[in-house]
Design a protein around this ligand. Structure first.
Ligand code: NAD
Length: 445
């Protein structure tokens, strides 16, 4: 099929390359010319495991192209909308201007051939419920033969290719009109023929359900993390160990082990802004009381960041002039994404409190130097650790999780380690001569 992907960021670029991998002929469109220039020659503009290879293969095959010229999307049979929906500055709600602009671009440039079936616009961006209906009306009154489906995306950065090629489920939000709904479904079925043939579960629903599925899933995940972080707060004042607690409750199938890792909380370009936009939308719909629990989820989450700063302060006896080695700055490992990263937020707070920082990150160091030239980002882990009064593991990159406490001890000025992700073995670090501080692991505050 001929496919266009509007917006080639973490989601769109991976989606475009994955669609080419499935055999489709894909044009990726982005307004960011520097990003397009890289993608077009097969160079990944961000860190995502396996993406470099997939991208290069796609570009070399001739089935994957990138452009900043909207005229190039003209004859696509599907236009995927994958632009950003970030939080509006100073407000909870999502900034929908990029989606609005992407739809305008499609209306202006899409031109399904005479006699061919209408082209399908497939929304992948995470949007407030009600957006799809409004876009469908815009398309209907555009005079172009364009149909809309909502096809939310669930990929996780760090596993984005696997999640796109072999998703846990595919969701279609289809038009209520029966004929339109069947046509939209048949176009999506053709696009996703390969994963569907692998028995990927398919959930077919209407527009609002499909929009809500995405924010409901993220709200549930955020709630699970804040739940275990609330338990960590209880463990801290009682001497309990939240990692044992999580293990024990996780053995119950109804609860499950995943997303029960207490620590400095969630971040990234999705969970925080999605729960806030969901609350804002509920307010507009007059049902804000249905989601007041999400306010608490957000508050617990942000409190973890302050708690990590507090632990560091306690460990070193006042932050002013103390050197803190910050290990990891991205919101999770295997990505260079620092959007709403708890690690970056904590680093900013430590810096504001007068600490001397040395930040290392395997994927985001250069981006961080560009964005925050005021922060010290040494080239090596050894330089960061040299003379540190505390070491903080804030992103569980493998090389930090696997650090040998005895080997690095001679480098530091004071043997304090703050395990912001509960990924180190307290016994091993204590035995090697360190003062170990976990997040809810029985070190009362
Ligand atoms: P991103 O900021 O990395 O990418 C968005 C891209 O859209 C940018 O490259 C930007 O230049 C481009 N863009 C903006 N306006 C445009 C326009 N009018 N025409 C063409 N390109 C335009 O964001 P992302 O992380 O890829 O997220 C995109 C959407 O997908 C968001 O709604 C997000 O919530 C959702 N989502 C993201 C993920 C994820 O893991 N990143 C997962 C699921 C859903």
């Amino acid at each position: 099929m001929r496919i266009s992907v509007i917006g080639c960021g973490y989601l769109g670029a991976v989606h475009a390359a994955s669609m080419a991998q499935l055999g489709h002929d894909v044009i990726g469109l982005d307004v960011d010319e520097a990003k397009v220039a890289k993608l077009a020659v097969g160079v990944a503009p961000f860190h995502e495991p396996g993406f470099d290879d997939l991208l290069r293969r796609g570009v070399e095959s001739g089935r994957l192209r990138f452009s900043a010229d909207p005229a190039e999307i003209r004859d696509a049979e599907i236009h995927f909308v994958a632009v950003g929906t970030p939080q509006m500055s100073g407000r909870l709600g999502a900034d929908m201007s990029y989606v609005d602009q992407a739809v305008t671009t499609i209306i202006e440039h899409a031109d399904p051939a005479d006699g061919a079936r209408p082209a399908l616009v497939a929304g992948k961006s995470t949007v407030p419920v009600g957006t799809a209906e409004a876009i469908a009306q815009r398309l209907a009154s555009s005079g172009k033969r364009l149909l809309l489906a909502w096809n939310p995306e669930f990929l996780r950065e760090g596993f984005a290719i696997q999640d796109t090629l072999h998703p846990d489920r595919i969701v279609y939000g289809l038009p209520d009109d029966r004929a339109d709904g069947e046509l939209a479904k048949s176009i999506l079925d053709e696009c996703y023929a390969v994963p569907l043939a692998e028995d990927t579960p398919l959930v077919v629903a209407n527009y609002p359900t499909a929009e809500l599925v995405k924010v409901a899933a993220n709200s549930f995940l955020a709630t699970k993390i804040s739940f275990i972080n609330a338990m960590a707060e209880l463990c801290d004042v009682t001497g309990g160990d939240v990692t044992r607690l999580a293990e024990a409750i996780g053995h119950d199938d109804r609860i499950g082990r995943k997303f029960l890792q207490a620590g400095i909380g969630f971040g990234g370009g999705c969970l925080p802004k999605d729960i806030r936009a969901f609350m804002a939308r509920a307010g507009e719909l007059g049902v804000d009381q249905a989601l007041t629990f999400l306010r608490e989820v957000d508050t617990i989450n942000l409190r973890r960041r302050d708690h990590a700063v507090h632990l560091a302060e306690e460990a070193v006896g006042g932050l002013e002039g103390k050197k803190i080695a910050v290990l990891g700055i991205t919101f999770k490992p295997d990505t260079d994404d620092m959007r709403d990263s708890p690690a970056l937020d904590i680093a900013g707070k430590l810096w504001a409190a007068g600490a001397e920082l040395a930040i290392v990150d395997p994927a985001a160091a250069d981006k961080l130097r560009d964005r925050r030239p005021d922060l010290n980002v040494p080239d090596t882990l050894e330089e960061a650790l040299e003379g540190a009064h505390a070491v903080m593991v804030l992103t569980p990159w493998r090389e930090f999780v696997e650090l040998d406490p005895a080997a690095v001890l001679p480098l530091v000025a004071a043997p304090n380690v703050i395990d912001g992700r509960n990924v180190l073995d307290p016994q091993r670090w204590n035995d090697a001569g360190w003062n170990y501080f976990g997040m809810g692991r029985g070190v009362p505050t």
